[in-house]
Write a protein that binds this ligand. Structure first.
Ligand SMILES: [Zn+2]
Length: 139
Protein backbone atom coordinates (compact mmCIF):
# COMPACT_ATOMS: atom_id res chain seq x y z
CA UNK A 1 0.00 0.00 0.00
CA UNK A 2 2.79 2.35 -0.91
CA UNK A 3 3.92 3.91 -4.18
CA UNK A 4 7.70 4.08 -4.68
CA UNK A 5 7.33 7.24 -6.76
CA UNK A 6 5.15 9.06 -4.24
CA UNK A 7 6.82 11.82 -2.22
CA UNK A 8 4.41 11.35 0.70
CA UNK A 9 5.08 7.60 0.79
CA UNK A 10 8.80 8.46 0.94
CA UNK A 11 8.11 10.75 3.89
CA UNK A 12 6.19 7.95 5.64
CA UNK A 13 9.08 5.56 4.96
CA UNK A 14 11.53 8.06 6.44
CA UNK A 15 13.37 8.44 3.11
CA UNK A 16 12.52 12.14 3.03
CA UNK A 17 12.49 14.15 6.27
CA UNK A 18 9.47 16.07 7.51
CA UNK A 19 8.56 18.36 10.39
CA UNK A 20 6.40 15.76 12.10
CA UNK A 21 3.77 16.98 14.52
CA UNK A 22 1.61 13.87 15.01
CA UNK A 23 1.75 10.15 14.28
CA UNK A 24 -0.29 7.08 15.10
CA UNK A 25 -0.71 3.63 13.51
CA UNK A 26 -2.68 4.95 10.52
CA UNK A 27 -1.88 8.63 10.23
CA UNK A 28 1.03 11.03 9.94
CA UNK A 29 0.79 14.82 10.25
CA UNK A 30 3.53 17.32 9.51
CA UNK A 31 4.13 20.94 8.60
CA UNK A 32 3.60 21.79 4.94
CA UNK A 33 6.95 22.94 3.53
CA UNK A 34 5.13 25.34 1.21
CA UNK A 35 2.84 26.91 3.82
CA UNK A 36 -0.01 29.22 2.87
CA UNK A 37 0.11 30.55 6.42
CA UNK A 38 2.00 29.97 9.65
CA UNK A 39 1.10 26.54 11.02
CA UNK A 40 -0.23 25.12 7.72
CA UNK A 41 0.00 21.36 8.12
CA UNK A 42 -1.01 18.15 6.41
CA UNK A 43 -2.68 15.00 7.71
CA UNK A 44 -2.04 11.92 5.56
CA UNK A 45 -2.95 8.23 5.74
CA UNK A 46 0.09 5.97 6.02
CA UNK A 47 -1.26 3.84 3.19
CA UNK A 48 -1.19 5.20 -0.35
CA UNK A 49 -4.55 6.30 -1.74
CA UNK A 50 -4.77 8.88 -4.52
CA UNK A 51 -8.23 10.24 -3.67
CA UNK A 52 -10.47 10.04 -0.63
CA UNK A 53 -13.09 7.88 -2.35
CA UNK A 54 -10.50 5.08 -2.61
CA UNK A 55 -10.13 4.90 1.15
CA UNK A 56 -11.80 2.27 3.32
CA UNK A 57 -14.12 3.92 5.83
CA UNK A 58 -11.90 3.08 8.82
CA UNK A 59 -8.80 4.58 7.18
CA UNK A 60 -10.70 7.77 6.33
CA UNK A 61 -12.12 7.90 9.83
CA UNK A 62 -8.63 7.57 11.30
CA UNK A 63 -7.51 10.63 9.32
CA UNK A 64 -10.59 12.67 10.17
CA UNK A 65 -10.25 11.74 13.85
CA UNK A 66 -7.01 13.73 13.94
CA UNK A 67 -8.61 16.91 12.55
CA UNK A 68 -10.23 18.24 15.77
CA UNK A 69 -7.24 17.75 18.06
CA UNK A 70 -4.68 18.92 15.53
CA UNK A 71 -6.81 21.96 14.68
CA UNK A 72 -7.02 22.83 18.36
CA UNK A 73 -3.25 22.44 18.81
CA UNK A 74 -2.29 24.40 15.70
CA UNK A 75 -4.67 27.26 16.46
CA UNK A 76 -3.51 27.42 20.08
CA UNK A 77 0.14 27.37 18.97
CA UNK A 78 -0.23 30.03 16.27
CA UNK A 79 -2.94 32.22 17.77
CA UNK A 80 -4.74 32.25 14.42
CA UNK A 81 -8.27 33.66 14.32
CA UNK A 82 -9.67 30.72 12.33
CA UNK A 83 -8.72 27.97 9.94
CA UNK A 84 -9.72 26.04 6.86
CA UNK A 85 -9.81 22.25 6.59
CA UNK A 86 -9.24 21.47 2.94
CA UNK A 87 -9.01 18.20 1.03
CA UNK A 88 -8.49 18.29 -2.75
CA UNK A 89 -9.14 15.40 -5.16
CA UNK A 90 -7.49 15.36 -8.59
CA UNK A 91 -5.56 18.12 -10.29
CA UNK A 92 -8.70 19.96 -11.42
CA UNK A 93 -9.54 20.48 -7.73
CA UNK A 94 -6.05 21.64 -6.80
CA UNK A 95 -4.46 18.34 -5.74
CA UNK A 96 -0.70 18.67 -6.23
CA UNK A 97 0.48 15.35 -4.70
CA UNK A 98 -1.37 12.16 -5.61
CA UNK A 99 -1.58 10.84 -2.05
CA UNK A 100 -4.65 11.79 0.00
CA UNK A 101 -3.97 14.71 2.33
CA UNK A 102 -6.02 17.00 4.49
CA UNK A 103 -4.80 20.57 4.89
CA UNK A 104 -5.22 22.54 8.08
CA UNK A 105 -4.68 26.18 7.12
CA UNK A 106 -4.67 28.79 9.90
CA UNK A 107 -6.40 32.04 8.90
CA UNK A 108 -6.22 35.64 10.03
CA UNK A 109 -7.87 38.85 8.91
CA UNK A 110 -6.00 40.33 5.98
CA UNK A 111 -3.92 37.20 5.32
CA UNK A 112 -4.52 37.55 1.60
CA UNK A 113 -5.80 34.00 1.24
CA UNK A 114 -9.23 33.27 -0.07
CA UNK A 115 -11.23 31.33 -2.57
CA UNK A 116 -13.80 32.10 -5.20
CA UNK A 117 -17.28 31.02 -4.14
CA UNK A 118 -19.53 31.99 -7.04
CA UNK A 119 -22.70 30.53 -5.57
CA UNK A 120 -25.43 29.68 -8.05
CA UNK A 121 -29.03 28.68 -7.39
CA UNK A 122 -30.42 25.18 -7.03
CA UNK A 123 -33.72 24.70 -8.79
CA UNK A 124 -36.11 21.97 -7.69
CA UNK A 125 -35.88 19.95 -10.90
CA UNK A 126 -32.09 19.74 -10.75
CA UNK A 127 -32.16 19.04 -7.02
CA UNK A 128 -34.64 16.21 -7.42
CA UNK A 129 -32.62 14.66 -10.24
CA UNK A 130 -29.32 14.91 -8.35
CA UNK A 131 -30.85 13.61 -5.14
CA UNK A 132 -32.13 10.56 -7.00
CA UNK A 133 -28.88 9.88 -8.90
CA UNK A 134 -26.70 10.23 -5.81
CA UNK A 135 -29.02 8.09 -3.67
CA UNK A 136 -28.90 5.43 -6.40
CA UNK A 137 -25.08 5.45 -6.27
CA UNK A 138 -25.13 5.11 -2.49
CA UNK A 139 -27.32 2.03 -2.90
ZN1 LIG B 1 1.81 7.82 -1.42
Amino acid sequence: MSDPNCIFCKIIAGEIPCWKIYEDDHVLAYLDIGPLSEGHCLIIPKKHYVTIDQMPTDEAAACMAVVPKLSKAVIAATGAAGWNVLQNNHQVAGQAVDHVHIHIIPRNDGDGLGFRWPAGELDAETAKSLQSKIAEQLG
